[in-house]
Design a binder for this molecule. Sequence first.
Ligand SMILES: Cc1cc2nc3c(=O)[nH]c(=O)nc-3n(C[C@H](O)[C@H](O)[C@H](O)COP(=O)(O)OP(=O)(O)OC[C@H]3O[C@@H](n4cnc5c(N)ncnc54)[C@H](O)[C@@H]3O)c2cc1C
Length: 430
Amino acid sequence: MENRAVVIGGSIAGLLAARVLSRWYSEVLVIDRDELSDPAAHRKGTPQSRHAHGFLARGLQVFDELVPGYRAELIARGAVSGDLLNDVLWYNDGRLMRRAPSPLGGLNASRPLIESVLRELVTAVPTIKVLDGVAVTGLTTDGHRLTGVRTEDGEYAADVVVDATGRSNRGPAWLADLGYAAAPEDAVKAGIVYSTRQYRRDPEAQDFTGIISGHYPANPVGCGAAANEDNRWLVTLVGFTDDPPPAEPGAFEDYAARLDGPELHRLVRKAEPLTDPVLFRIGPSVRRRYEKCDRLPEGFIATGDSLCCFNPAYGQGMTVAALTAQWLGKCLENGTDGLTNRYFRGAGKLLGPAWELSTSADLRFPEVEGPRTPLQRILNAYIGHLHRAAAADPVLGLQFLRVANLLAGPESLLAPKMLWRVARQFRRSA
Ligand SMILES: Cc1cc2nc3c(=O)[nH]c(=O)nc-3n(C[C@H](O)[C@H](O)[C@H](O)COP(=O)(O)OP(=O)(O)OC[C@H]3O[C@@H](n4cnc5c(N)ncnc54)[C@H](O)[C@@H]3O)c2cc1C
């Protein structure tokens, strides 16, 4: 066992990393600047918590692997489970994907429930301690490796320090204070705005547990609506900064009429609102390429949104946080020598597919700036045909969902049997 690990940030990525580290370090100290005592609270450090948070199927698998019993506990607390292809209405490029029973299980819960159940299970490990209400202000070093963190109250020694401070992370600035050059960054600015309102749900009133309508160039208005615990619908409308979804009651429901299918508009017109709408302007997607740095202090790790944050419309953040925590565990199986470089090299590769997928979808919009890779160009030229065909063929819909849920690579959509099925639907409709 190594001595102490410090994790900065006690949200999803920090908690998952802490659980992994507890197998290798005799003490794990999680420090968060927010008070964490109220499990249902929307806290300042996670302003995204009022908005719909969906799990990708891959993420749910890895959460359960890292924190055994997580899924069962969420369901016991009221999370709504369903079949991702059969129980969710997916509108892609204006087409409703054909519903059919599938092996892809989904789970809907509010973000405070997702996080508080995770915190409860992770902090049940006796060697994991949480120091809340304390902000980290910097890192300490002996000139070669990190020796700990500095807080408003004093210093905490550590053999490894994990930056899990999220989207607005200070990691690069703290490293700069120690004389390290900034990591190169890839960034794509999609210019997305979310507006979210909650409604009372009558479980008998609909035969679906979610509606996902992707925004696309011909109709840049989307939504993610999910049946949550306590018989609530959490409805998030998505638009661009120049035509954002409104935060005014009434206008919110009118905006829903612009979605491709009628179901969500019907739902929000009839259901009893439980909250006012809340806005969130999403910043750019940023991938920090620590693996390209010439020099990093030994013992530094970054995970979750502080390593890579995405356009949340594709629901990848929590899954990627789980995948990088899992990778950290694999690295520790080979000891702590060269941990920082080994971790970032592997994490860089692991992030690639999720980054390609979400930025390809953003780069379908001609006004969104960013480099378009050859695979992205091919996929973007073809994806509309796939969506049209998936309205009739659930095999295509299932493979699309497997890719979107990070269970298969995007190139699998171009496999000969997929191309043949797309062509067959094209001939039939012609
Ligand atoms: C609107 C929106 C919707 C989203 N929807 C989805 C979704 O559907 N599915 C999905 O998988 N992901 C979604 N995400 C992404 C998801 O919220 C994050 O990927 C996930 O929470 C992991 O984030 P994190 O733990 O890295 O950071 P965060 O959750 O942002 O937490 C960072 C933590 O660090 C703490 N902190 C910050 N600075 C300091 C400091 N100096 N000292 C101590 N503590 C500090 C904060 O208090 C906070 O607790 C969404 C994001 C947004 C913005």
